[in-house]
Design a protein around this ligand. Structure first.
Ligand code: CA
Length: 226
């Protein structure tokens, strides 16, 4: 499987990479928390291994942000101390398992296998509104029987609308949900992406479900189930 390891200590990261590759996994390394967040949201990983102590922000916060961004890959946290507090914090943040340093590569590999096998209970339900359907975990969306080809940002935008059908969403609410903390552009990007999304989700189907609410923002029209 494809595994992301977020670990700033270079020797440790190399060791993990080599060990997991020997187990037959494909391994990417992120050296700090922002990079880990970016990689995990841009790519699809079967599992994420997170060190707790990271530059940028810590592994708990990273895990929370991954879940907030709709990344549902199993997360295994590496914690330096055998502290019940860390374990609880990790599970609160949405981690699936944790391992206390020092640990053996064999144990890490075994835990990862177990996580990959486990039914992902945190996997969110498929969202739907009218004939629109979106599976946050599988990263797929449909209008009726037609699968929609969406970029990651377009997908995230549609997910935001589908989580709150009928509600007016302001541009800043949308930026917060889709572009996250690091975004430093203007709200024009929201208008641009709403246009992209309409061109995929509405226009080809002769629909106008993504509505502009003048002076306020945007709204996904609330529809009868169908
Ligand atoms: Ca570290």
């Amino acid at each position: 499987m494809r595994v992301l390891v977020v670990e700033d200590e270079v020797r440790m990261a190399r060791l993990l990479k080599r060990g997991l590759e020997e187990e037959g996994h494909a391994v990417d390394i992120a050296g700090d928390a922002p990079e880990g967040l970016w990689m995990a949201t841009e790519n699809h990983y079967s599992a994420v291994v997170l060190d707790v102590m990271l530059p940028g922000f810590d592994g708990f916060e990273l895990c929370r942000r991954l879940r907030g961004a709709g990344v549902w890959a199993p997360v295994l946290m590496l914690t330096a101390r055998d502290e019940i507090g860390d374990r609880v914090r990790g599970l609160d943040a949405g981690a699936d398992d944790y391992l206390v340093k020092p640990f053996s590569l064999l144990e890490l590999a075994a835990r990862l296998r177990a996580l990959a096998r486990r039914d992902d209970r945190s996997r969110p339900a498929v969202l739907g509104e009218g004939d629109l359907k979106l599976d946050p975990a599988a990263k797929r969306a449909w209008r009726g029987d037609t699968e929609l080809k969406l970029s990651p940002k377009e997908f995230a935008l549609l997910e935001v609308f589908l989580r709150r059908p009928g509600d007016v969403l302001t541009r800043s609410q949308i930026i917060e949900a889709v572009w996250d903390f690091a975004f430093d552009g203007t709200s024009n990007v929201v208008d641009q992406y709403v246009k992209y999304l309409r061109d995929i989700v509405d226009a080809p189907f002769g629909r106008h479900d993504i509505e502009t609410v003048r002076g306020m923002g945007y709204r996904l029209r609330h529809q009868a189930p169908g």
